[in-house]
Design a protein. Structure first.
Length: 411
């Protein structure tokens, strides 16, 4: 993937990839602003989602009408580490679409009435999610694992905290963290390099913000000498939702690729994984069971989730623990290694099989410092992992003596 990188005078980066198969252009911008930076929960999420709710020259209704008229889309995504905005437009309306995109990015005003609407929407959404046993189990697990750290809560925040958010909170967050010198832009699609510089480089270069350094802190994990077991009683449930997990790793951790393979073999490989075979296929105790991990700027979480009948809860937990111990004590087979490596390398291109995915992927590579050759080298990194690496990372992560398990169920 032969993309180019430009560094502008105000510190912003632009990653550019020409594609002429269809007359569409995607523009993404990664902003290093997230719950890691907020003084109150929800501020990062609300700041991003209010960008399209009014600027110095456009009302929320005018922005909405212009988006519809130009047949464009502006997506907003807030993660635990960063915020990313993506514009999708046809080549025909590129100039007008960019004008709107940069207006909402550079000149938001976050009107009071729009804040109330957005807060109400988020509050309703969070309260609705609170009815989902899986959400409850995850929320409880993450809270216990991370404590008060932002990784321990949803990026949307919590319903009870939304009433404490003021317009000034949002304006302060925007003014401090939405600074072009820290942003990473990407442009993918039917636009040549000269046109790119004429339409995009100028408005970015003319935009000057504060030079900031993120004052963010890693989570402090509690050292336990025994497992922490939490049961949340719900009499209306016919099955239990179980989340069992541990402290994970950061994205820059050298064990990332070994953990990716170990996770696939343990529970991330669908029906071929060990957990699925033992719990679902051989014993019929669950319809689905999986393991996964979230690598952030700082160590995230590694966990297993399964739903089973209430009466099977303890048996399923016992089987999970048996598989975790096997993973730590015995080497994986050559066939498991081969299958995991083939899947991870073979499925990697699906992460970048559309221009939109590419547009959002390129800034993330830069953000985590993975290198411009990451796409080409990913399979090489996977292939280098050995069986000993798998056992090493299993012993490091799968702490079977002090795990956290949350059960949401009837009994």
């Amino acid at each position: 993937m032969d993309f180019k990188t430009f560094k502008l005078q105000n510190g912003a980066k632009i990653k550019y990839l020409y594609r002429d198969n269809i007359p569409i252009v995607y523009v993404s911008v990664l902003i290093p602003a997230s719950p890691l930076d907020e003084a109150k929960p929800s501020i990062a999420y609300l700041t991003a989602h209010l960008l399209t709710h009014g600027t110095k020259t456009r009302t929320a209704t005018q922005i909405e009408d212009e988006i519809d008229f130009l047949a464009i889309s502006i997506d907003k995504k807030v993660t635990h580490d960063y915020t990313i905005l993506t514009l999708s437009t046809t080549k025909r309306h590129l100039k007008e679409a960019l004008n709107l995109f940069f207006d909402i990015l550079i000149n938001p005003v976050s009107p009071e009435e729009e804040i109330k609407k957005e807060v109400s929407r988020v509050e309703k959404s969070l309260k609705q999610m609170e009815q989902d046993p899986s959400f409850i189990a995850h929320k409880t697990f993450l809270k216990e694992l991370f404590g008060q750290h932002p990784y321990g809560r949803a990026v949307e925040g919590e319903p009870e905290g939304l009433k404490n958010i003021t317009r000034q909170d949002i304006l302060n967050f925007y003014n401090k963290y939405y600074s072009p010198n820290n942003m990473i832009f990407s442009v993918v699609g039917y636009i040549d390099e000269n046109e790119l510089k004429n339409l995009i480089e100028n408005p970015i270069t003319m935009w000057h913000g504060n030079t900031i350094t993120r004052n963010i802190n890693p989570p402090l994990f509690v050292k336990r000498n025994e497992p922490l077991k939490i049961f949340i009683k719900r009499d209306d449930l016919t099955q239990s939702t179980i989340v069992l997990g541990f402290e994970g790793i950061s994205r820059k951790d050298t064990d990332f690729y070994a953990l990716s393979i170990m996770n696939y073999i343990l529970g991330g490989g669908g029906l071929t994984s060990r957990l699925a075979k033992q719990v679902r296929e051989e014993r019929g105790l669950a319809y689905s069971i999986y393991s996964t991990f979230y690598p952030y700027l700082f160590p995230g979480a590694f966990y297993i989730e399964v739903k089973t009948k209430n009466e099977n809860t303890q048996n399923v937990i016992k089987l999970i623990m048996e598989e975790l111990k096997k993973m730590k004590e015995k080497a994986v087979t050559s066939e498991e290694m081969k299958e995991a490596k083939a899947f991870l390398s073979g499925s990697f291109p699906l992460r970048i099989d559309t221009m939109k995915k590419i547009s959002e992927f390129l800034p993330v590579i830069d953000f985590y410092g993975l290198g411009d050759d990451y796409i080409n080298k990913y399979s090489e990194y996977i292939e280098k992992v050995t069986m000993e690496d798998i056992k090493k990372v299993a012993r490091r992560i799968l702490n079977t003596d002090s795990y956290i398990v949350v059960v949401v169920g009837k009994d």
